[in-house]
Design a protein around this ligand. Structure first.
Ligand code: UT7
Length: 325
């Protein structure tokens, strides 16, 4: 018995923020952003729009494609670092929003690797037979934790959500492997210091701008290339396939130069590497499911193809999965 993606959907907010607009907000240029990151524009959620709102929109599309009813969903797993609230979990809001009354729901916090961590957990639930149908989502409103006065970070991030519905199948489809890794000793390279139990919200934390993402981009860059390459290699090895068997690799969209570095290391030609960073920037846990949805709808992937998803992010965390569609 394998596991099949029976439905997939994604959603990004309507508002587009271009590099030209950012030029008016901080000391930056379209030329710098484009050459250093590959990003041309990103989507920004409305003040009234939360992460679960984006997740619900993506999930409804996935449910429609899967041709199931929400009450058939046994579990909802949301990868996010921008939850609606500390609690209830964003997954609980999604359960309510889509009316999946039979689903158990929880979030996982693994930053940009959150969707792949979610797929990995879902795979084990399905293999063990505990659940039959699982909705896995990567959703973020990073714009809400971005310091719009910090040019080092504000040009990078965007908002969006992607969702898949996984179900056991007797077809050839399967999640052939997953591979996950973590290094908590490097957590201070990418984090948000305020709002948790270490620095609860106060006038002081607001004054010190602790409720925004802090990042040491340059140090992360090198680790990202290394860890994403290793994660992809491990997942490919565990799956028992060769690089030539891969139709497409969908890497986390943090920086076009990171993606190129990973592709070079894996000796994959550019036509086998999916990129949409130019349109959305880095949407953390949402990049890989949004990209997978786009790759399928653009006809770059079809039933039976092998796709590799690989991500890296705060924690530090990393992970990869090999899927035969
Ligand atoms: O999502 C998963 C985790 N995230 C990542 O893996 C992100 C990894 N890091 C990166 O993508 C890149 O390091 C960045 C895009 C964040 C930065 O690119 P970089 O090539 O590493 O630049 P840098 O940080 O070394 O900065 C180079 C210069 C600096 O100026 P000086 O000190 O050389 O005068 C920066 O101040 O670029 C300057 N700079 C900017 N200039 C114009 C930094 N941000 C900007 C900006 N516009 N927005």
């Amino acid at each position: 018995m394998g596991i099949e993606i029976i439905g997939i959907g994604s959603y990004v907010p309507e508002k587009i923020l271009t590099n030209a607009e950012l030029e008016k907000m901080v000391d930056t240029s379209d030329e710098w952003i484009t050459t250093r990151t590959g990003i041309k524009e990103r989507r920004i959620a409305k003040d009234t729009e939360s992460t679960s709102d984006l997740a619900v929109n993506a999930s409804k599309k996935a449910i429609k494609k899967a041709n199931i009813t929400p009450d058939e969903i046994d579990a909802i797993i949301v990868g996010t670092i921008t939850p609606d609230m500390s609690f209830p979990s964003t997954a609980c809001f999604v359960q309510k929003g889509i009316g999946a009354k039979n689903a158990t729901a929880f979030d996982i916090s693994a930053a940009c690797s959150g969707f792949i961590y979610g797929v990995s957990i879902a795979r084990e639930f399905l293999r063990s037979g505990i659940f039959k149908t699982i909705l896995v989502i990567g959703a973020e409103t990073l714009s809400k934790i971005t310091d719009w006065e910090d040019r080092n970070t504000c040009v990078l991030f965007g908002d969006g959500a992607g969702a898949v519905i996984l179900r056991k199948t007797d077809s050839q489809s399967d999640i052939l492997s997953t591979y996950l890794g973590t290094d908590g000793t490097l957590g201070d390279l990418l984090y948000m210091p305020g709002g948790g139990s270490r620095n609860p919200a106060s006038q002081k934390t607001i004054k010190e701008r602790l409720h925004y993402v802090r990042m040491e981009g340059n140090k992360l860059f090198k680790i990202a290339v290394k860890k994403m390459t290793t994660a992809a290699q491990k997942a490919i090895e565990i799956a028992g396939i060769k690089c030539e068997d891969i139709k497409l690799i969908i890497p986390h969209q943090a920086n076009i130069r990171i993606v190129e570095g990973v592709a070079n290391q894996l000796k994959l030609p550019s036509e086998k590497v999916f990129l949409n960073i130019q349109k959305y920037g880095n949407t953390s846990a949402a990049t890989t499911p949004i990209a997978l949805d786009e790759a399928i709808s653009q006809g770059k992937l079809k039933k039976g193809d092998i796709v590799v998803l690989v991500a890296f992010g705060g924690g530090l965390t990393w992970g990869a999965t090999v899927i035969r569609l």
